[in-house]
Ligand binder design. Structure first.
Ligand SMILES: [Ca+2]
Length: 508
C-alpha cells in the first residue's frame, strides 16, 4: 500500500507539473524535424569505419559519420535497455526516473519529452521497441502515432503481433525492415507545414538473433578477434574483483553463456549480420528525407541504448561499468546545424538526447534535467563548463544476480567503480594508460588521493541529483542463477584483503 501511495503521490505531482507547463518556450531557432534512431545493444565499435572487427560493413553508419558528427565518447548512464531508454526520454538518471530494470512498468505520471513536443505543435511518432515493462504494448503518452510490441518483440512474425495505435496488427515480415516501412509511411504522410519528431526504436541487435535471410552467413568465414581481457587471469586480469571472476561461470559469462555452450565468435557474427538490417534502415530513412527535400534540414541521430561485452573480462552482456558496456555508438547528421566529417570528443550521454533534440527544434527543455544539449559540441565547440566526468549507475537484479549494484565515475583519465552490498574490491582504471581496463589500481598507494577525490565527487553528484536512495521493486520473473559444475570454481577472496590488521584489535 505504501508503494501505491508513493506512486500516487508522484503521479499526481508529475501530472500537475505537466499540466501547469505551457508549451515549451521557443529559444529562437526554427522548428526542425528530428529523427532519433535507436538500436538495441549495439556496442560503440561495431561499425565499419571503427573496425571493431576488421570485416564489419556498415556503409550507412559510415556515411552518417562522414557527412555528420561522430561522438567517440558517448555513454549511457545505465547500461540496460529500459533504464537507458527512460533516461533518453526523460533526460534524467535512473535513480530519478526510477525505471531500474526491464520488468517494471513506467511509474504513472512520468513525463517524457515527446509530450512537450506535442504541446509545441509537433507531430510525433514512436515506432519499435518500447520495453518498459513487458506486459503491455499499449500506446504511451506523447505520441500521435504508435507502432510497438510487447517486451523484446520477435525478429520474425509471432502470435503477439504489433500494436498499431491501440489495435492488434499481425507482424508480416522481418522486424527491422517492417519497422522501417512503418517509419517511412509515417514520414511520407507528413504535411510540410507541421514539424515532426520520429523515434524509430529497433529490436535489433538484441539476442537471440534471427538474421534477415539475405545476410545469413555473410560473415561465417571471417575470423573473430577475441578480446585480450578474456583470459581468466594473468596480465590482463590484474586485480579483477571476485564477482567478475565468478560471473565468468554464469548466464552472463563466457564459460556458461545463457546456460549454454554458445560460441562467442559465432554469437558476434550473428550480431553483426543482424546489424546489417539496421544499417539498411538508416539508409532508407536518409533516402526518404532526400526525396522529400528534407535531408539537410532534418537532424538525424543514431544511437545505441547500451553496449555489449563479447568476452571482455570473461563476460558477455552489458550492465557493468566497463567501457564496452557503458559506451555506445552515437552519430548525428544535419548540415544546416553542423558540418560533416567531425569527430566530437567531449563526453556525451543518453541524458543529453532530450535537451539536444529540443535545442535543435528551437525549444527550451524544461529545467531540472540531468543532461544538456550537445549541439555546440557537434559544431566543434567545447563549452567551458562541459562535464568533466560522468556518473554511471546500475542496480542489482534478482533475475540476473551475478552483477552487483554499482556506481561509477568516469573521467577523461580515470574511472572509479564502487560496488554496493558485496564484500569485494572496488576498481580504479587509468583509461589513458590502460584503455582495456586490465589493471585495477584500487589498492595502489599512489592512486589513493585520486580515489578519494573521485569518491567524493561521485557522492556529490548523487547528493545533488537525489541519488542517495536506491529504488526497489517487487521480484518478478525467474532468476538466471546457475553455475556450470564442470566450469571454474568460485574465485578466491581478493589477495589485498587477506592480511592481519595493522593495529591490534581493541574490541573482543
Ligand atoms: Ca539494450
Amino acid at each position: 500500500m505504501k508503494r501505491r501511495n508513493l506512486l500516487g503521490g508522484l503521479a499526481a505531482g508529475a501530472v500537475s507539473s505537466l499540466a501547469q507547463t505551457a508549451a515549451p518556450a521557443r529559444s529562437g531557432g526554427k522548428p526542425r524535424n528530428v529523427i532519433f534512431i535507436l538500436a538495441d545493444d549495439h556496442r560503440y565499435d561495431a561499425m565499419g569505419f571503427l573496425k571493431g572487427q576488421e570485416w564489419l560493413e556498415t556503409p550507412h553508419m559510415d556515411r552518417m559519420a562522414r557527412e555528420g558528427c561522430h561522438f567517440p565518447n558517448a555513454f549511457v548512464t545505465t547500461a540496460l535497455c529500459s533504464p537507458s531508454r527512460a533516461s533518453v526520454l526523460t533526460g534524467k538518471y535512473a535513480h530519478r526516473h526510477r525505471i531500474i530494470d526491464n520488468n517494471t512498468p513506467v511509474p504513472p505520471g512520468t513525463v517524457m519529452f515527446p509530450q512537450h513536443l506535442q504541446k509545441a505543435g509537433y507531430a510525433t511518432a514512436f515506432i519499435g521497441k518500447w520495453h518498459m515493462g513487458g506486459e503491455s504494448d499499449a500506446p504511451q503518452p506523447g505520441f500521435d502515432r504508435w507502432v510497438s510490441f510487447r517486451g523484446q518483440g520477435t525478429y520474425l512474425p509471432s502470435p503477439n503481433g504489433l500494436n498499431v495505435d491501440g489495435k492488434k496488427v499481425p507482424q508480416k515480415g522481418y522486424i527491422t525492415g517492417e519497422l522501417t516501412d512503418y517509419a517511412l509511411d509515417w514520414i511520407n504522410g507528413r504535411k510540410k507545414d507541421q514539424p515532426y519528431f520520429l523515434y524509430l526504436s529497433h529490436k535489433a541487435v538484441h539476442a537471440n538473433f534471427d538474421v534477415e535471410p539475405r545476410y545469413q552467413g555473410k560473415y561465417a568465414n571471417k575470423e573473430f578477434k577475441y578480446p585480450a581481457t578474456m583470459a581468466a587471469d594473468g596480465d590482463m586480469a590484474r586485480g579483477r574483483p571476485m564477482w567478475v571472476r565468478n560471473q565468468r561461470n554464469s548466464w552472463h559469462g563466457v564459460e556458461y553463456p545463457y546456460h549454454s555452450s554458445l560460441d562467442i565468435a559465432h554469437f558476434y557474427k550473428q550480431y553483426a549480420e543482424a546489424l546489417c538490417s539496421v544499417d539498411d534502415s538508416i539508409g532508407r530513412v536518409l533516402d526518404a528525407l532526400k526525396t522529400r527535400g528534407e535531408l539537410d534540414s532534418t537532424l538525424v541521430i543514431y544511437m545505441g541504448d547500451n553496449g555489449f561485452a563479447f568476452g571482455e573480462h570473461g563476460l558477455i552482456d552489458k550492465r557493468t561499468a566497463y567501457e564496452e558496456s557503458m559506451r555506445v555508438p552515437l552519430l548525428a547528421r544535419c548540415p544546416e546545424l553542423f558540418e560533416g566529417g567531425r569527430t566530437a570528443r567531449p563526453v556525451v550521454a543518453n541524458i543529453d538526447i532530450m535537451p539536444t533534440v529540443m535545442d535543435a527544434m528551437g525549444l527550451q527543455a524544461p529545467a531540472g534535467g540531468d543532461g544538456r544539449s550537445w549541439l555546440p559540441v557537434a559544431r566543434g565547440e567545447t563549452p567551458s563548463n562541459w562535464r568533466k566526468e560522468l556518473l554511471y549507475e546500475y542496480y542489482w537484479e534478482r533475475n540476473f544476480p551475478q552483477t552487483p549494484t554499482m556506481h561509477a565515475l568516469r573521467g577523461d583519465r580515470f574511472k572509479f567503480i564502487r560496488y554496493h552490498g558485496i564484500w569485494d574490491s572496488d576498481e580504479l582504471y587509468d583509461l589513458q594508460a590502460d584503455p582495456l581496463e586490465s589493471n585495477n589500481l584500487i589498492y595502489s598507494a599512489t592512486h589513493q588521493p585520486v580515489i578519494q577525490q573521485m569518491r567524493n565527487r561521485l557522492f556529490e553528484i548523487l547528493e545533488e541529483t537525489g541519488g542517495m536512495q536506491m529504488p526497489i521493486w517487487p521480484d518478478r520473473g525467474s532468476s538466471q542463477n546457475l553455475r556450470n559444475p564442470k566450469g571454474s570454481h568460485a574465485a578466491d577472496f581478493p589477495e589485498e584483503l587477506r592480511r592481519l590488521p595493522k593495529r591490534p584489535a581493541t574490541h573482543q
